[in-house]
Unconditional design. Sequence first.
Length: 272
Amino acid sequence: MSTTRRLLSTVQVARFVAHGFLRLDGIVPQELNEEAFGVFAAGLPPVPYGTPVPKAFPEGSFARRLVELPEVAGAVESLVGVDPTVDHHYVHTREPREGSAQPLHADALIDLRTDAFDVQLMYYPQAVTTDMGGTLIVPGSHLRQTNESDTGRYQNLRGQTRLTCPAGTVVLLHHGIWHGGRRNDSDLVRHMYKIRFNPTVPQVRLWDTEDLHDPEVRTELGRTFPWYEPAVGRLEIHNRIKLWRFLSDDPEFDIEYAATRVGNRPAQRRSA
């Protein structure tokens, strides 16, 4: 098996910036998926906040082998850079026919950064079917800042997705995405392993930039989602433009003059 990391393309990173998450379906080998259940049952040792990956996950450990898979390593590097630290990790388990779901929420209750973001890796060692519930995600919600469970009163939003996936799927999420674990109506235990990564370098052009000027990049960044009302859509795209200007190191990037218009400061030009 190749050990060469596989960086994301610009189009893929733009899709992440627009959607707030990126799916990598079925990329974990089956033998690692099978091993996961025993590892989860035995329990994972806690990792102090800010621990470098090599120290958090020793050589040969299950977690280390997971994050060093070429697709995973390349995607993580493309979004948070080299040498990230581990914020925390945790195995979320939903029992069969549990009868309850996790409220819709964002994990980053006080995180107001606009020039950096953490990435949460969610790994599913088994196939997740509709009756197993899966993780609910609201695409494009990650830049709408909320206080963690402020969204908990909402049961459904137009365009939400409930993850069903093959075994070995990894999903990478912006720390601000609105999400929640759905109730498990199946007869099987459902597991999801989460690792949150903190960047230690500026998150500027960390991916494969060969397609930086591909027209599809602008198409991805201009996407809207069903829960957006017209005014909401403009706000989210404006937030997205600001993030993309930083990530791409292109302070002039814009979509339909949304950021240029509000950044116009004639008084500053006159006094310069």
